[in-house]
Design a protein around this ligand. Structure first.
Ligand SMILES: Nc1nc2c(ncn2[C@@H]2O[C@H](COP(=O)(O)OP(=O)(O)OP(=O)(O)O)[C@@H](O)[C@H]2O)c(=O)[nH]1
Ligand SMILES: [Mg+2]
Length: 319
């Protein structure tokens, strides 16, 4: 199962305390207490594994190491080790305390999420002409600690949307090397799937139905996975009795979810063309052209139609 949201607590390390020591060997009694090491930082780093949030389902608290105490002979304590938390690219990390949002979009992108506390100074740093034997030192500062919500928003280029059974997953399988389960009943797909066609990422999201924005069926929560796609490919089965009605049902749910999504570039793919006669196809295509000029016809049993869809997807995402 793909985890697309996780709440975690992260704690950067505390700075080590400074210490109070004196130079005994030289009998000088000069202060030699060193500085504590800094606490480790917590970072987020983008990775391509889209299931990377899964591990946060069980492990919710993440600490970086504390800095070590200062040492004698004016030596500083070691800094605490940083921790790097892998998150899939397309993750939005929302800091619940500060309200700040971190967008992780690239593999290898590393962002500081919680800074370790600085180490305290030892008594060596408090020496002066008037106080040659200071007993003062500083305590290390606490590291930052925050609660974060990590929200995965896949960065697909093209999002396949449509009613259940429209043939979205079948199309994804044909266009890419995905191996998604396909079946002749609604809601076969329960989680978003991704496939790649050359460099294009295609997302197949679970089917929507009328009232999805009110929670019907699987709801519209998966729409956030296609919020940042360049193009929506709206799949409608040619077997449907009223294509326009099917189209409008999905459009209403999209717009209900977000106006931004409603404005996204859309093409229509009329699927399962092998199931009706060519005359009917021409008629239905004509009718749908009144709504959107970018209409394409496909069948998973028609190799040529699939090649055409592939080249259209490539062309549309080139710009
Ligand atoms: N004849 C024919 N059947 C198709 C075609 N595309 C898909 N199907 C069939 O239609 C049914 C539904 O296909 P899916 O790909 O699972 O549909 P979906 O849109 O992903 O459905 P959900 O995951 O439930 O939203 C399956 O039985 C497929 O075999 C096609 O081009 N021609
Ligand atoms: Mg499906």
């Amino acid at each position: 199962m793909l985890t697309d949201e996780a709440k975690i607590k992260i704690m950067a390390g505390k700075g080590g305390d400074g210490i109070v020591t004196f130079d005994k060997i030289k009998m000088s009694l000069g202060p030699t207490g060193g500085r504590g090491g800094n606490g480790g930082n917590v970072y987020f780093e983008g990775v391509s594994n889209l299931a990377a949030l899964n591990k946060y389902r069980h492990k919710k608290e993440h600490w970086a190491q504390d800095g070590q105490k200062g040492k004698s002979d004016r030596k500083d304590g070691y800094n605490g080790k940083d921790i790097i938390l892998a998150v899939p690219i397309g993750t939005l990390a929302h800091n619940l305390e500060t309200g700040k949002k971190i967008d992780i979009t690239k593999v290898g992108q590393r962002v500081l999420a919680a800074k370790g506390g600085i180490g305290g100074r030892g008594n060596f740093y408090f020496r002066s002409s008037t106080n040659t034997t200071p007993k003062e030192f500083e305590k290390g500062k606490s590291g930052e600690a925050f609660n974060f919500v990590l929200e995965l928003r896949l960065i697909a280029d093209i999002g396949l949307i449509g009613l259940p059974n429209a043939g979205k997953s079948s199309l994804l399988n044909e266009l890419t090397k995905a191996d998604v389960r396909v079946a002749g009943y609604p809601f076969t797909t329960l989680e978003p799937n991704l496939g790649t066609l050359e460099n294009i990422i295609i997302a197949d999201i679970p089917g929507l139905i009328e009232g999805a924005s009110l929670g019907k069926g699987l709801g519209i929560k998966f729409l956030r996975h296609i919020q940042r796609t360049k193009i929506l490919a709206h799949c409608i089965s040619l077997e449907a009795s009223d294509l326009k009605k099917d189209y409008e049902t999905i459009r209403r749910e999209l717009e209900e979810y977000s106006a931004e999504l409603g404005k996204k570039k859309e093409i229509i793919i009329l699927t399962k063309s092998d199931t009706i006669n060519p005359k009917e196809i021409v008629k239905k295509e004509k009718e749908m052209k009144k709504i959107n000029r970018d209409i394409f016809i496909s069948s998973i049993h028609d190799w040529e139609s699939l090649e055409k869809i592939k080249s259209i997807f490539i062309k549309l995402t080139e710009k």
